[in-house]
Write a protein that binds this ligand. Structure first.
Ligand code: A2P
Length: 338
């Protein structure tokens, strides 16, 4: 039987990627419905070569029955419409940050904590893009050596701020005087250490999302995390430089071996051939890439590494579709068991 899936925010940068990823990954038939604001209603988007009309998002359409609704239209839309859809008995995969830290809402990176989806129906939160790719790599290391402290700096692509930000970079690259609308400063030729709003403690909200989402997903509030989130003039693909101190001694070979065997990870790390992952080279793929793995010069319990993933795919759309795959697998197991 076909799955009915609704995509809310289908016309946006993540929404469009969601449609591509569903088309590539879904093994069973999917009956899709697309929702966006009134201004896009009546336009068409393609799924597997077939044109599907975009409908206006309303309370009424959210009360209808879907197997899954995927939301990527921002926090205010998720806040208002996700509870309406949930009360109608639907399961929602929400890309916004609105529900992520709610106690009873699972926050899921399928390679790391798919178990929290067992027996669950309702709103499921898709973590922040930087958290997802970092945890695909760090969770297997945490299980093996236990992380004590980590320091991460991110290099985040403009596509993470939506379609308007992609256009702002494109325009500023050809017109020096194109105004800054999405960002506080010019993004072309620049690096901006400011993602989301600043909080009283001097960290940006994006940096604190990395801290608290990591604690929730790994179910460990004792890990000391210090993050600096930076927007860079890259269209697609977030990169992260991560330094980790463990409870136990680690060596580079064991870390590389552990990561090579872990799900969702591709290790690219051959310095003799200048092999390490970069956002341009891994664009439009679903894995998380790691390289530049090196032991600390002074501390036998610490390593540094470099993590890259496509932020619109693994950092958003692919992770959401993997959550659907995980929930479908759980249902299949339950049915076989009965
Ligand atoms: P629309 O294209 O009609 O404005 P992005 O993050 O790339 O800017 O995309 C945001 C997505 O969320 C778009 O699909 C946009 O639709 C949708 N969206 C934004 N606000 C609303 C709203 N109030 N109701 C429904 N969809 C919305």
């Amino acid at each position: 039987m076909a799955l009915t899936i609704g995509v809310v925010g289908a016309t946006g940068a993540v929404g469009r990627k969601m449609i591509d990823v569903l088309g590539e990954r879904m093994l069973i038939d999917v009956s899709l419905r697309f929702f966006a604001s009134k201004k896009s209603a009546g336009s068409f988007l393609e799924y597997r070569g077939k044109k599907i009309i975009v409908e206006e998002l309303t309370e009424e359409v959210m009360k209808e029955k879907y197997d899954y609704l995927i939301f990527s239209a921002g926090s205010s839309v998720s806040k208002k419409y996700a509870p309406i859809a949930k009360d109608a008995g639907n399961t929602i995969i929400d890309n916004s940050s609105y529900w992520r830290m709610e106690k009873n809402i699972p926050l899921v990176v399928p390679e790391v904590n798919a178990h929290v989806l067992e027996d669950y129906k309702g709103i499921v939160a898709n973590p922040n893009c930087s958290t997802i790719q970092m945890l695909v790599v760090l969770a297997p290391l945490h299980r093996k050596y236990r992380m004590k402290r980590l320091v991460v700096s991110t290099y985040q692509a403009v596509s993470g701020s939506g379609q308007a930000a992609i256009e702002e970079l494109e325009n500023q690259l050809i017109d020096d005087n194109h105004p800054n609308k999405v960002y506080t400063k010019k993004i072309a030729g620049n690096c901006i250490p400011h993602i989301d709003v600043f909080c009283e403690n001097g960290f940006s909200k994006e940096e604190l999302k990395i801290v608290y989402e990591t604690h929730k997903i790994l179910e460990d509030n004792t890990i000391e995390i210090n993050a600096t989130a930076v927007r860079v003039p890259v269209y697609s693909g977030h990169s992260e430089s991560v330094y980790i101190e463990f409870d136990n001694e680690v060596d580079k070979e064991c870390v590389t071996k552990t990561l090579s065997k872990s799900p969702g990870i591709v290790v690219i790390d051959d310095l003799s051939k200048n092999q390490y992952p970069t956002p341009l080279e891994i664009a439009d793929t679903d894995s998380t890439y790691v390289g530049r793995i090196r032991s600390d010069l002074y501390n036998k319990k610490a390593i540094s590494l470099w993590i890259v993933a496509d932020n619109l795919r693994k950092g958003a759309a692919t992770n959401a579709v993997q959550i659907i795959e995980a929930m479908e697998n759980i249902k299949k197991k339950e049915n076989n068991y009965v």
